[in-house]
Ligand binder design. Structure first.
Ligand SMILES: Nc1nc2c(ncn2[C@@H]2O[C@H](COP(=O)(O)OP(=O)(O)OP(=O)(O)O)[C@@H](O)[C@H]2O)c(=O)[nH]1
Ligand SMILES: [Mg+2]
Length: 307
């Protein structure tokens, strides 16, 4: 499946609300401009674009009406599109991550439990391997025995190396060993899996900070990327969650997972706009190929298309 078709298919539930809603609005009996603006805003909020962001898009359309009294529906759609692309383009695209002068690039993957970290790592590793890079996965989620097993299955499936210790091991020491192993084995990329929750005595942010600090000792500048995986089905809660992780750890990029399972795909807009962080990848399923590099124009086109 071509990338754009896959993205569209992955966004099907959100498009049922937004793309098709806009289509209905085009042929609706919205009496006047005010009513049309209200309905547009309502649709955006239904797709979880959020009240503030929906307000900005509404204002952009309203400002256009003020200058172009004879605006057509296609003009309106054009303004909605431009408004969305603008707020998403303030941040660089997926490929823009800066590679370290000496490999490996170290990617630390964080997020709450069940959000899709391990699955995202498998899919991301697959993309790197396809591009000819040698990948090592580090199992720094030592909280559950099954977590190591799950990562090992992905490593095997995509052809990546794995560094793991037994469950219950110190996550920071596993992370350190993984980065050191990646250096000595000549891996291009090391991706570290982490736990989304810990035994109640241990603070998750503290533990992640420790991992961050320790891998910097194993390799200069590491982690080069701190990727937060947020579950799109959380809707607006994803934003508060992302803010909390960002304040504690300093995220460098966002992955929005499970877009295929929700009509809340509009949440990508406020995530990028309010956090001012680049969305790097979109998860649109559980398969190897279900991770799409984020590109503002393609995302908005997919989001707004009705067919
Ligand atoms: N439909 C769909 N399911 C996904 C996606 N990403 C992850 N999942 C599923 O969501 C569930 C949780 O994913 P994991 O990758 O295990 O999440 P995690 O963040 O590693 O969870 P913990 O290790 O418990 O913290 C699994 O059943 C995945 O198959 C996605 O993009 N789409
Ligand atoms: Mg996991």
């Amino acid at each position: 499946m071509k990338a754009f078709t896959r993205l569209k298919a992955g966004l099907a539930k959100t498009r049922n609300v937004l793309g098709q809603g806009l289509q209905l609005l085009r042929s609706s009996s919205a009496e006047n401009r005010q009513e049309l603006l209200d309905e547009l805003e309502e649709l955006l909020i239904q797709a979880d674009v959020g009240i503030q962001t929906a307000g900005i898009i509404r204002d952009d359309v309203s400002a256009y009406f003020a200058v172009h009294p004879g605006a057509t529906w296609d003009d309106v759609l054009g303004i909605v599109r431009a408004s969305m692309v603008r707020m998403l383009s303030a941040v660089p695209p997926a490929e823009a991550a800066i590679l370290p002068p000496i490999p490996p690039e170290v990617v630390l993957v964080i997020g709450v439990n069940g959000g899709g970290k391990t699955t995202t790592i498998g899919k991301l590793a697959y993309r790197h391997v396809q591009a000819g890079r040698r990948v090592l996965l580090g199992a720094a989620d030592t909280f559950r025995a099954a977590a190591v097993e799950q990562l090992a299955i992905w490593a095997d499936r995509v052809g990546a190396d794995l560094l793991a210790q037994k469950s219950g091991a110190d996550p920071a020491s596993v992370a350190f060993d993984a980065v050191a192993a990646g250096r000595s084995r000549g891996n291009d990329v090391v991706i570290l899996d982490t736990a989304g929750r810990l035994h109640t005595k241990v603070n998750l942010m503290q533990e992640l900070l420790k991992i961050q600090r320790v891998v910097g000792k194993a390799h200069e500048g590491a982690p080069h990327e701190v990727l937060l995986v947020v579950d799109a089905t959380m809707g607006q809660n994803a934003i508060a969650q992302a803010r909390q992780f960002h304040q504690s750890l300093g995220i460098t990029g966002i992955v929005v997972s499970k877009l295929d399972g929700t009509a809340k795909g509009g949440v990508v807009l406020p995530l990028a706009r309010e956090l001012g962080l680049p969305v790097r990848w979109l998860g649109v399923g559980e398969g190897l190929d279900d991770l799409e590099p984020f590109e503002a124009g393609a995302f908005v086109d997919a989001l707004l298309s009705a067919d």
